[in-house]
Design a protein around this ligand. Structure first.
Ligand SMILES: [Zn+2]
Ligand SMILES: [Zn+2]
Length: 421
């Protein structure tokens, strides 16, 4: 028990961290280029924020939240997503004050009590952006392009971008009624979940994975036929901007987002080699959320990317190659005297900006060379009694096995030149 992490958690081990750092670096570079600034909100928030911000009737809030009462008798929840928290921070810190458009991004852990499976954990990581304060379809297009460029920058090809408009409080009720009308005499055939969705959220029926529900929803009315002029125009503009940017997409009228505060644009990016876990990014406009949380009505649009799935794709496609050398130099010291000369050199090499390592256990030459290999060192710096007597060290290129004798005082410069090229 003590040596097993909780179900659904995963350690990111030293050998895996490099790939995460690589991805995070790409995110930061790209977000900076697009003018998004990083925000870091707490891991936990008041439970009510998520109840209001995600919706009481969603699976996330009903079944998947990590909620507990703290010692002050407050109900606290580990964030299951970050949009509500970003909006909370935006309002609390008045980030809207000096700008009509606030562009934020985040990277971090989210928590959902979900059935763990490949690429899905109870603690998982998301990269997301939120653009708050602007209703222009250009912003919708901008964040979609950012999501696409991010995945492309990692080398993921053949991404499938689907977009839709889910309307707004003006036109969606009309669609809702049409849908209920359509499903009215099919209710008995729907799964239990969808039967309960019929009243509160019939759009989600279109989203159901059950084969029977999918069969019954063939021929269902499409939201795009019910959009009001404003929503329609907005959707056309988003498509126009994407086309102008050379981004290919398909329109999927079944791409719905269940919550009332979602408006207009919805999108999803799939990477099909991932199979069942192919949805890597999803997002859209949520013009109703900020008011829901207690702010003034404010248009907003955002997305989130599941980083575990991105990492899975990188691994599957072998798109990330770790640096070949973890250490620039590994000091192989033989004998007590060499140990202390070697230790001094170790410190000097590090001070000079080189990645240096050394064995402290006084092992044999063979064992230390093995360690140098394990440390993925570029060079071994070999010091024995003979070398100490001559005030030199033997520099061995671990790849080519070429060896040269170098005077002690030239070692740092020589290694620096070789390594930094
Ligand atoms: Zn169903
Ligand atoms: Zn509308």
């Amino acid at each position: 028990m003590l040596t097993q992490g909780p179900r659904g958690t995963k350690d990111i081990l030293p050998g895996e961290v490099d790939a995460w750092l690589y991805v995070e670096k790409k995110i930061r570079e790209l977000c900076e280029r697009f003018g998004f600034q990083e925000i870091r909100t707490p891991i936990f928030e008041h439970t009510e924020l998520f109840q209001r911000g995600i919706g009481d009737t969603t699976d996330v809030v009903e079944k998947e939240m990590y909620t507990f009462t703290d010692r002050g008798d407050r109900s606290i929840t580990l964030r299951p997503e970050n949009t509500a928290a970003a909006v909370r921070s935006y309002l609390q810190n008045k980030l809207y004050a000096d700008n009509s458009l606030t562009k934020l991004f985040y990277i971090g852990s989210m928590f959902r009590y979900d059935r763990p499976q490949k690429g899905r954990y109870r603690e998982f990581h998301q990269f997301g952006v939120e653009a708050l304060g602007e209703q222009s379809p250009a912003v919708d297009a901008e964040i979609i392009i950012l999501a696409v460029r991010f995945l492309q920058s990692l080398g993921l090809k053949d991404l499938e971008l689907s977009i839709n408009s889910v309307g707004d409080p003006k036109c969606r009720p009309v669609y809702r009624e049409k849908l209920q009308e359509f499903f009215k005499d099919k209710l008995d055939g729907l799964c239990d979940v969808c039967r309960s969705r019929y009243d509160r959220n019939p759009m989600r029926i279109l989203d159901c994975k059950s084969g029977e529900c999918q069969r019954l929803s063939v021929g269902a009315p499409e939201i795009t036929d019910c959009l009001c002029d404003e929503c329609n125009e907005h959707f056309e503009k988003v498509k126009e901007y994407l086309t102008a940017a050379g981004i290919s997409f398909t329109c999927d009228p079944r791409l719905v987002r269940g919550l009332d505060y979602y408006t207009k644009t919805a999108f999803e990016i799939k990477y099909s080699p991932l199979g069942a876990q192919s949805a890597v990014a999803g997002g859209g406009r949520y013009d109703g959320l900020i008011e829901e949380i207690g702010g003034n009505p404010t248009p907003a649009v955002g997305f989130a990317v599941g980083l575990e799935r991105v990492m899975l794709a990188l691994e599957q496609q072998k798109l990330f190659n770790a640096e070949p050398h973890k250490a620039d130099a590994f000091i192989v010291a033989l004998g007590e005297k060499a140990q202390s000369v070697g230790f001094k050199l170790l410190v000097e090499l590090r001070d000079a900006g080189l990645k240096a390592a050394m064995d402290y256990a006084g092992r044999s030459m063979k064992a230390q060379m093995k360690q140098a290999n394990k440390a993925m060192a570029h060079y071994a710096v070999i010091l024995g009694d003979d070398e100490i007597a001559k005030n030199v060290a033997v520099l061995r290129d671990m790849e080519s096995s070429a060896q040269t004798e170098v005077p002690m005082e030239e070692i740092i410069k020589k290694l620096t030149d070789e390594v930094k090229g």
